[in-house]
Write a protein that binds this ligand. Structure first.
Ligand code: IP8
Length: 259
């Protein structure tokens, strides 16, 4: 039987939202990504990030640390989950409007714990599966932030026939060897493996998860399973489409290295 295979793709939160304006989606990017995803015959699992629908409030209320004594966090947990549902709704609606058979599974309903070894059976739809970074329950901390990058690891390595994995990010063509604002075309690292130095725009004053460094690390974990992993500029739609189809594109191939 001919298998088209599944592509697991991350829509970075910085790509689909304006990262420093609370709950502001980038609708044009969301629409374009949905269009690209409707053009392939590959089966898709789409994992989207949070951007300004998650990180700003999560940072203010220290949600990534779990329950902090003396801090009123419960309303923030509820609000961030609600904000994420709203962003997820925009993503799902735009995919559906392209004619795709889509189902979304909010992680706070089925996942527990944080990091790449969180628990919960991975829900999968026969059409396009959508999940996202969320505030989930955590046995030891009460709750925590499960990053979409961690969802990527489990989806990429546990579901059948994954042919490749793509991280679509904002503002850079891939992993860079110098800070993004100083980078020229020669500063793009074409093949990255753990241990190689790089520069990332991890805005720790905004992000509660790990920025590009987390994507690189999680990408390498996935590559260890023999799966092709590429990080591309998500605003270059042609590149993104070609990456989904398995063509070689400008971006960073992440490999496992010898470690
Ligand atoms: O943007 C973070 O997910 P990520 C989720 O995929 C929240 O790291 C709610 C901040």
């Amino acid at each position: 039987m001919y298998m088209v295979g599944t592509v697991v793709i991350k829509w970075g939160g910085g790509l689909i939202t304006y990262k420093d304006e609370l709950c502001k989606p980038n609708l044009e990017v969301i629409r374009s990504l949905a269009e690209i995803c409707s053009k392939t015959d590959k089966k898709l699992v789409i994992v989207h990030g949070a951007g300004s629908f998650g990180h700003l409030k999560a940072k203010n209320f220290r949600l990534a640390e779990g329950r902090v004594e003396g801090l009123q966090q419960d309303h923030a947990v509820v609000e961030v989950r609600q904000d994420m549902l709203e962003l997820n709704h925009l993503v799902v609606t735009s995919l559906k409007s392209r004619g795709l058979d889509v189902r979304s599974f909010p992680p706070h309903e089925w996942a527990e714990g944080t990091g790449p070894f969180f628990s919960g059976d991975l829900p999968l739809h026969s059409g396009v599966t959508v999940v996202y970074g969320d505030v989930v329950e955590d046995q030891s901390c009460g709750f925590g932030i499960l990053s979409g990058d961690d969802l990527m690891v489990r989806y990429a390595t546990e579901i059948p026939d994954v042919v490749r994995v793509i991280f679509a990010v904002h503002g850079v063509d891939g992993i860079l060897s110098v800070p993004p604002d100083k980078a020229g075309p020669n500063d793009l690292i074409k093949v990255w493996s753990p241990g190689m130095e790089f520069e990332g725009e991890h805005a720790s004053e905004i992000d509660v998860t790990g920025g590009i460094g987390l994507k690189a690390a999680r990408g390498a974990m996935i590559a260890q399973h023999g799966i092709e992993v590429t990080l591309v500029n998500g605003e270059n739609y042609e590149r993104l489409y070609n990456a989904i189809e398995g063509k070689s594109v400008i971006g960073t191939r992440i490999i496992a290295g010898n470690s």
